[in-house]
Design a protein around this ligand. Structure first.
Ligand SMILES: [Mn+2]
Length: 458
């Protein structure tokens, strides 16, 4: 049995605990190969996350069942075509699959209707996942198919990471952090492009054993940092040494993600409006990190960060008015328009942010919060406040007399001429009485970033 199958066995036992007392059979369908439209070129395959969580299988086109009364597990593999070996190498055999994944049996997928015909209840992620012949056979026999039920049981298990999962996440964080440091060391004002920085980032991850990025990297020079999910990454680097590069990038390791953002000056020295903006964000991030622990409400942490950012903006003179007034009119949210962070695991925005029945808070900024939960030990969350000068937000704000009275318009205009945005993001494990910061070692204080960058330019 390989280590990922061992991890999956632990995961399954957590899911079974959530399903205690239930009867019937769990059925999960693994990811399928897809091709570029009108071609026979295969897209890169990445296993569907729930299936991976329950099986550890990375290969495409597998299915899985678990009988809730006998607890017997079965993997179903395709009937591989005769020329599979020619194009793809020899396909896995049933005994190989059984040994590797430590399941009770391995069958071919054409046996599924027969197996599931005997199940009184079939629990699926969503009804549409049942193969058509299985669905029609089940319907003919009056078998009940449920979704929601299974999805909730696995989602709730995924929210709390096991030690084995945390090991993979530490590794993803370690490699991603090294790639961030490589960029801090390599970047030079006016030399090269965002794309070259992206290439170096991915190269570093690749070389350290993580060939797949957890999401599309954001490598944003200057004003492009104001685009929250900037992904063009095709501009030349600014020649202003005080201008900043916002890098939001991380790899996955054995399908477990990291998610790190660092923002640093091209020339290695924070200065002026750039430094002012940076310090507002850093302070907000650090106060949240100091407060995080089990029992805390995530939305309260968002509000804490938003309040800290508002005070920073007041101190910098960018906003005008009493704190109460500014908070009431959501003036801070003009600069911090997104949520504080999210769960992370097999998916970078991991499952389970909103348990059934929990709604989003319909207020500026916090409406984008990807999670509303009471924090528990074993949750892994990102903490990623930011301050941005977004044209699409500031133009209407400055034009609106009800809003612009709270802004020092002249100063805001000065900042937004050259400052794009600052985001600082770490991945942390929630503990009973604090956190384990998986990425805190990646330089982020002004002194630490300047030291790393100075060492490389010497
Ligand atoms: Mn994130």
């Amino acid at each position: 049995m390989n280590s990922l199958a061992k991890l999956a066995a632990v995961n399954r036992s957590k899911v079974l605990a959530n399903l205690a007392g239930a009867t019937g059979t769990l059925y999960l369908r693994g990811g399928a190969l897809t091709e570029r439209k009108w071609t026979d070129t295969e897209e890169r395959f990445r296993q569907e996350s729930f299936f991976y969580y329950m099986t550890g299988v990375k290969e495409p086109e597998f299915h899985f069942t678990l009988d809730l009364s006998s607890k017997r597990t079965c993997l179903y593999i395709p009937r591989y075509s005769d020329d599979h070996a020619l194009w793809m190498g020899p396909p896995p055999t049933a005994p190989q699959v059984q040994a590797k994944y430590a399941v009770d049996s391995v069958l071919t997928t054409d046996k599924l209707p027969e197996v599931l015909a005997g199940a009184g209840l079939i629990h699926v992620m969503e009804a549409a996942e049942l193969p058509a012949n299985v669905a029609s056979a089940a319907a003919a026999r009056g078998t009940v198919v449920t979704d929601e039920f299974l999805r909730t049981a696995i989602t709730e298990a995924r929210v709390i990471k096991s030690e084995g999962e945390l090991e993979l996440m530490r590794k993803a964080a370690r490699i991603s952090g090294e790639a961030h440091i490589a960029l801090m060391k390599a970047v030079r004002p006016g030399q090269g492009s965002e794309r070259e920085m992206q290439a170096l980032f991915e190269y570093t991850c690749f070389r350290l054993g993580a060939p797949i990025q957890a999401y599309n990297p954001i490598i944003a020079d200057g004003r492009s940092g104001s685009v929250l999910h900037y992904g063009k990454n095709d501009d030349k680097l600014s020649s202003d040494p005080h201008q900043m590069l916002l890098v939001d990038a991380a790899c996955e390791y054995e399908l477990y993600a990291a998610d790190i953002t660092r923002t640093f000056p091209l020339g290695g020295k924070f200065a002026g409006d750039f430094k002012t903006t940076y310090e507002i964000v850093l302070e907000a991030q650090e106060v949240v990190l100091s407060q995080l622990k089990a029992g805390v409400e995530w939305e309260d942490m968002h509000r804490l960060a938003a309040r800290k950012i508002l005070r920073g903006l007041m101190r910098a003179g960018l906003v005008v008015g009493t704190e109460e007034e500014l908070a009431k009119h959501h003036i801070g949210e003009l600069f911090f328009p997104h949520g504080l962070g999210h769960l992370i695991g097999i998916d970078v925005h991991d499952a389970g942010g909103y348990p059934a029945g929990v709604q989003r808070i319909q207020e500026p900024g916090i409406r984008y919060l990807r999670m509303r939960r009471t924090l528990q030990p074993g949750m892994v969350v990102t903490v990623e406040p930011g301050v941005y000068f977004v044209d699409a937000i500031l133009d209407p704000a400055i034009a609106d007399p009800a809003v612009n009275k709270f802004l020092n318009v002249e100063l805001v205009q000065r900042f937004r001429k050259h400052v794009g945005g600052v985001r600082i993001e770490d991945d942390v494990v929630i503990l009973e009485n604090g956190i384990e910061n998986l990425t805190g070692w990646v330089p982020k204080s002004v002194a630490d970033i300047e030291a790393v960058m100075a060492a490389s330019s010497a």
